[in-house]
Ligand binder design. Structure first.
Ligand code: S3P
Length: 426
């Protein structure tokens, strides 16, 4: 794959289903009674890992592209897997499933790829242990592989030191199996898909400010869910539309949940022409079409409470900042270090290689935008979001942009390059 400078970007596109919502649909459907049907499911490697884990615990799941049917067996219907569960590259699978596994009467274990084996799991081991769960890092290094389950749970209140929907969801899911009310407070509100969707399945779950709480032992009932397009995937085309010349792009059917949509606010703060059309609610989630045209961007500060609402978009926001006039400061984003790669390091390295004036900081980066970018070989570190963000940088760079491995896009967006090619005019 080689990307070169474009003359114009035009078209109307659909993007694949939301990754966070797709994972949750499979998980919650599996532990509900009756059939759950997902349309618009993200058929990417991460969500396939979630399907594989629940199939290994006796759940009948049929999948044809973006259409998934789950024959749920209720809160206590999972059966012990005969092998270690394989979570692949997926942090969401690992942390959310751990909450469910903690509540089972059987003992199970899970593991994933090299990246997963380096990601911090103490953040879930600590609260689950407070709930009396048996959970241990098999190599005693706070990472996967993990062994989990076999002990009755008690409800807790947990003050999470990190704003993480994966941690929050893990505890709320374990709370389904505890007798009483389990609650979690976080320093800043993280994405709330678990709260919205579990409520639709019949759980007694509430959010008040920074705290979410759930009552144990509900009867969950299968649902029909239309999964909207993923704003984290739309983000590449939002950025492309803003920074490329003669661009006019309409992205249809995107999830615009305020706990996810920080990139829209930042695009506006940077002077971007971006508008939401046809705003509506689909399966309990806000959805809109997003229209973007070429813009003269200027730098801005990205910090504070907005960070969790755009954490996965920071690599492509950094690319926007490299093309903007003036300085962009990204801070309060130390969580970037524990994603699929250390994204402070991997974004800084790749933007520097393309000629950008960028400096890594402890909790973000400082970018002095406006230098022309030069094509380069992108070092993806097998991180899907790095590959796709730098494909977008390649659209405005001189020369060719190539990748050490572009196949990693299939984690969240297997058809990324096809969609990009649809709108490119050379
Ligand atoms: C996710 C939460 C975020 C995000 C990840 C998906 C989720 O992680 O980065 O891609 O589906 O709950 P954290 O909760 O660790 O911030």
């Amino acid at each position: 794959m080689a990307i070169t400078k474009v003359k114009s970007l035009k078209g109307e596109i659909n993007i694949p289903g939301d990754k966070s919502i797709s994972h949750r649909g499979v998980m919650f459907g599996s532990i509900s009674d009756g059939i759950t049907e997902l349309t618009g499911f993200l058929d990417g490697a991460d969500c396939r890992s979630t399907i594989g884990c629940f199939r290994a615990m006796g759940i009948d799941i049929s999948q044809k592209n973006d259409h998934v049917i789950i024959h749920g067996k209720g809160l206590h219907g999972l059966t012990a897997p005969t092998q270690m569960l394989d979570v692949g590259n997926s942090g969401t699978t690992t942390r959310l499933i751990s909450g469910i596994l903690a509540g089972q009467s059987f003992i199970s274990s899970l593991n994933g790829d090299d990246s997963i084996q380096k990601r911090p799991m103490k953040r879930i081991i600590t609260p689950l242990t407070m709930m009396s769960a048996n959970i241990r890092s098999i190599r005693d290094n706070g990472c996967a592989p993990l062994e989990i389950g076999g002990a009755p749970l008690k409800p807790i209140h947990y003050d999470s030191p990190v704003a993480s929907a994966q941690v929050k969801s893990c505890i709320l899911l374990a709370g389904l199996y505890a007798d009483g009310i389990t609650s979690v407070s976080e320093p800043v509100v993280s994405r709330n898909h678990t709260e919205l969707m579990l409520s639709g399945f019949g759980a007694d779950i509430k959010s008040e400010g920074l705290t979410a709480s759930i009552v144990g032992g509900p009867k969950l009932v299968g649902q029909k869910i239309e999964v909207p397009g993923d704003i984290s995937s739309a983000a590449y085309f939002i950025a492309a539309g803003l920074i490329c010349p003669n661009a006019d792009i309409l992205i249809k059917n995107v999830n615009t949940n305020p706990t996810r949509a920080g990139i829209i606010k930042i695009a506006q703060d940077m002077g971007g022409n971006i508008e939401l059309l046809n705003e509506r609610i689909v399966s309990g989630e806000p959805v809109a079409d997003i229209h973007i045209t070429t813009s003269e961007l200027h730098g801005c500060t990205v910090s504070g409470d907005i960070i969790p609402t755009l954490i996965d978009e920071i690599p492509v926001i950094a690319v926007m900042a490299a093309c903007a006039k003036g300085q962009t400061v990204i801070k309060d984003a130390a969580e970037l270090k524990v994603k699929e790669s250390d994204r402070i390091a991997t974004v800084t390295e790749n933007l520097k290689n393309m000629g950008c004036d960028i400096e890594a900081t402890d909790d973000g980066m400082i970018i002095n935008g406006g230098n022309p970018l030069n094509g380069n070989i992108v070092n993806t570190y097998l991180d899907h979001r790095i590959a796709m963000s730098f494909a977008i940088a390649g659209l405005v760079a001189d020369g060719e942009t190539t990748f050490d491995n572009e196949a990693c896009c299939s984690i969240s967006y297997p058809t990324f390059f096809e969609t990009l090619n649809q709108i490119i005019n050379k």
